[in-house]
Design a protein around this ligand. Structure first.
Ligand code: IMP
Ligand code: MG
Length: 171
């Protein structure tokens, strides 16, 4: 793994995730939220973020396929697993590891809005703003990053490196 270069250390990530949690706590004071994580990349982010949110919260997970084992987005989004609970009338926060082209988030946003949530927000740990093909933005963003392929803290390259504590660039 010596070829990997650290982009954000575990300390930097923890500090930023804590800020995001505080912001969400403030924005939804007195309300409950449902955190919908996008498997598998957002699992670690959701588990850390949720513990920084001091609100009544529940978890749900969806799974989509978009990249396969390549670094390039195929442009196709396929739903592999839908939410388990009803989203109707709920404060839904879609929790994603990284917003890249926006194809995945646009698809998931449409899908969740069709459930008629009370509010809908997106929390993305990383944002590759430069790569957007769809006009979609996160309400809570951890870090904006350039067009580099990153791994760690839940994110993979061909399913590897998800368990790295730091976010690293794959050269
Ligand atoms: P989008 O539909 O292009 O926005 O794709 C977003 C998804 O692609 C993210 O949820 C990630 O799973 C994956 N992805 C995009 N960029 C990276 C990266 O640099 N490393 C790992 N996964 C990535
Ligand atoms: Mg993902």
């Amino acid at each position: 793994m010596s070829e990997l270069k650290v982009l954000f250390s575990r300390e930097q990530i923890a500090a930023r995730v804590a800020e995001m949690g505080r912001q969400i706590t403030e924005d939804f004071t007195g309300e409950s939220v449902v955190l919908v994580g996008v498997l598998k990349g957002a699992a670690i982010f959701l588990s850390d973020l949720s513990r920084q949110i001091e609100l009544d919260a529940t978890f749900d997970f969806i799974s989509v396929s978009s990249y396969g084992n390549q670094k390039q987005n195929s442009g196709e989004v396929k739903l592999l697993k839908d939410v388990d609970q009803s989203m109707e009338g709920r404060n839904v926060i879609l929790v994603e590891d990284i917003l890249d082209t926006g194809l995945t988030m646009s698809y998931l946003k449409q899908m969740i809005l069709a459930h008629h949530p009370k509010t809908f927000k997106i929390a993305a740990l990383l944002d590759k703003k430069c790569c957007r093909l769809q006009p979609i933005f996160a309400d809570y963003t951890g870090f904006e990053i350039p067009n580099e392929f990153v791994v760690g803290y839940g994110m993979d390259y061909a399913e590897r490196y998800r368990n790295l504590a730091d976010i690293c660039i794959v050269p």
